[in-house]
Design a protein around this ligand. Structure first.
Ligand code: GLY
Length: 350
């Protein structure tokens, strides 16, 4: 078992290769009451009720599958359940699921009684390498993705690799987009690994190493800049354009698939404005395409531009992008013009 420390408003560990049943047991024992959030797929596939039955102080709240659970109407129902269960300041929430469930669960925990403890048990690759670590919690709304939220770190993140066995290849590949992002911004060994493990089946063989490397980078960056005053923005590589695509698709597209297109966009933009070499841009496309991830879009430019303006990475009138100077060296692109964005879009439209 491996552990990675994150120092944020408090210190916590990401524990790799645990068994979720034991964690449910231990966390339940250390609080008076716990509310467990999990999506229908996880509840039925992993017979969650069977494990919760002996835990007399635990109640289960089943959330809808997918990104649509990150909605204020669901949060209201969770608050209602917390009230009915009588959750006090010393009680806790456990979120078991993909990134949507850990974002939602963290937000419900952040807002109940102005903040109670919560624990994350991520079940998808995207949640294991990215969403469950970092303490950004939130929900979506009509105006954009993750615009409503709070910084509220979990007490612990527990990665049970067995969940990956029931993750579809499409979802595994979506998680790889975040892993590839980490390779381009910091841990370049990830890119070497994925050039040899060049199919989803082969990449699955090195899941643990990919998760460990990605979490190590995220933990280091978050520990230096928890509230994203600057350094943490490098983790948004590919996300400004990616979030616009994701929102435009009404979240039908996986987050990682949208980020995949966003990574190529960010690389092309860096090529245009700071001269990122074309072989590095090509490497983005080839690595992502190995896993059947999308690298182009036919969504028209004007609505994407509008959505990028409302993204939380806009400050004042300017839209902020992270680019690269070279592999492993992120660069803040501060003065990108609409012309640059439109010309870059032309290079990735199909
Ligand atoms: N929940 C994602 C993050 O904290 O970055």
């Amino acid at each position: 078992m491996k552990h990675i420390k994150v120092s944020a408003e408090h210190e916590y560990q990401v524990h790799l290769d645990v068994h979720f049943e034991g964690i449910l047991n231990d966390v339940s024992k250390s609080h008076n009451k716990v509310l467990i959030l999990a999506p229908e797929f996880i509840v039925s596939t992993y017979h969650l009720e069977q494990f919760l039955h002996p835990l007399e102080n635990a109640s289960l709240f089943v959330v809808p599958d997918g990104e649509h659970q990150k909605d204020i109407s669901i949060v209201e129902k969770i608050w209602q359940s917390m009230g009915e269960a009588g959750l006090t300041r010393s009680d806790a929430l456990i979120a078991i699921g993909g990134g949507a469930t850990t974002d939602l669960g963290g937000f419900a925990a952040a807002t109940w009684l102005r903040g109670i403890s919560w624990y994350a048990i991520p079940t998808t690759l995207a949640a294991m390498v990215d969403a469950s670590v970092g303490g950004k919690t939130g929900i979506n709304s009509q105006v954009g993705k993750n615009l409503i939220g709070s910084f509220h770190s979990p007490q612990g993140v527990y990665v049970d690799l067995r969940f990956l066995k029931t993750l579809s290849d499409r979802d595994f590949a979506a998680g790889l987009a975040e892993v590839i992002k980490v390779g381009f911004i910091r841990d370049t060994e990830i890119l070497n690994l994925l050039q040899s493990k060049n199919t989803v089946a082969l990449a699955r063989e090195i899941s643990e190493e990919l998760i460990y490397r990605s979490v190590a980078v995220k933990a280091d960056v978050v520990s230096q800049d928890f509230q994203e005053s600057r350094l943490r923005e490098i983790l948004n590589y590919g996300h400004t354009f990616g979030h616009a695509i994701e929102k435009y698709s009404h979240y039908e597209m996986r987050h990682g698939e949208a980020v995949s297109i966003g990574l190529v966009f960010a690389a092309e933009l860096a090529g245009r404005v700071i001269g990122l070499k074309s072989d590095v841009i090509d490497l983005h496309r080839s690595l992502l395409q190995q896993f059947d991830l999308p690298t182009s879009t036919h969504i028209p430019f004007p609505p994407l531009m509008e959505l990028m303006r409302s993204d939380k990475k806009s400050r004042g009138d300017s839209i902020r992008f992270i680019g690269l100077n070279s592999i492993g060296t992120p660069h803040w692109l501060e003065d990108v013009t609409s012309n640059d964005l439109e010309a870059t879009y032309e290079r990735i439209t199909s």
